[in-house]
Design a protein around this ligand. Sequence first.
Ligand code: JHZ
Length: 408
Amino acid sequence: MNCRGCGFELNDVLIDLGHSAISNDLILRSDLASPQTRYPLKVMVCRNCSFVQLSETLERDALFTNEYVYFSSFSDTWLVHSQEFAAAMIARFKLSESDLIVEVASNDGYLLQYFQQSGISVLGIEPAENVAKSAIQKGIPTVSEFFGLELAKKLAGEGFRPKLMSANNVLAHVPDIHDFVSGFSELLHPEGVISFEFPHLSNLIKENQFDTIYHEHFSYLSYESLNPIFLKYSLEIFDVEQLPTHGGSLRLFVGFKNKHTINATAINSVKSIEGAWNPLDREVCKTLQMQSRQIKYDLLDELLKLKRDGLRVVGYGAAAKGNTLLNYVGIDSDLIDYVVDLNPAKQGKFLPGSLIPVDGMNKLIDSPPDAVLILAWNLAPEIHTQLNQVLADGTKYFVAIPKVSYLL
Ligand code: JHZ
């Protein structure tokens, strides 16, 4: 097995989570009797370039289908984040009505809508056709194809030259990172800027976010491992921001070499964090594996305690990460009655592996729980506030990451 970053042979394991079902592949009631497939979920680190990646990868067409269930607009926290980003980019890079913005993995138009409201031309690229359709219905022009060198050449040939390209939470989803990055280099305006956001590997390690490992995420990213890949395609990282979203993300600003002032202070601060949480350090790997196992024991302990007391426990947020947690810990509907999610595309289905049913808010009212495990822990404050208005005062709320703990 060779590194998808540099081709070097891979021998070092960061963490092994056994076998798991495909996280966003929710099961229809009519398929409940069929056998379920689980695939290995093991993360490797390249000794040569530090690129962190899954050992086995599934075909992208099996993961991003026409029934893809993740719609970005279901979280207000994320919408506010996107609106603020749009305003900040327009101000910082002096974007005007004559400029074009292209977003790769534009989902349901959750971000481009804010640029469009400012009168700027936008183009979305979203391979999941059902999700792209929802953006088009909102009036966001969207091409429903996978992005890479081929599509970039086609768009450049048609005269598209974006001043800003944005790619949020997509870099990790790409099997061929070289083809993907070279596409940006092909399409970007010579003076243009690309913004890449992704959950930061250092936080995954530091905060035990092992549940963010699933088959859709081919790689787990850092400044250090991405820098050489950008340089190969005449691009360079000139600035970086550390964000609280998705449990701690990086936003990299990338442009053509020598075109932008480098923010060395911001870059050095990220490099020093990555030095402290180095995935090639054996102790770091051992600790992550050990703490993940501890979370498994603690969560099972807590659920068993609640069940022995005769209490009803439910989950909230049928997040992709929730499925890794449930599969790894070995939880099913004997321990968690149902999971609530606002997204109608997930409701009425069953979580892959655990086969826990997914329902809407009405179920919470009809069968109120005594305790709620918030699977989307990254959105816990928003969810907690929302549920407090609906559920009885004594209801308990808890999360499993970074450790099993109750919310106050
Ligand atoms: P959420 C996502 O992962 C998607 P997921 C993706 N795989 C990725 O790369 C990472 O982020 C970074 C629901 N919800 O965003 C909506 C409510 O029902 O934490 C979602 O189904 N009510 C591309 O799937 C889920 O919770 C609410 O009030 O792990 C949250 O999923 C809120 C706020 C959310 O990410």
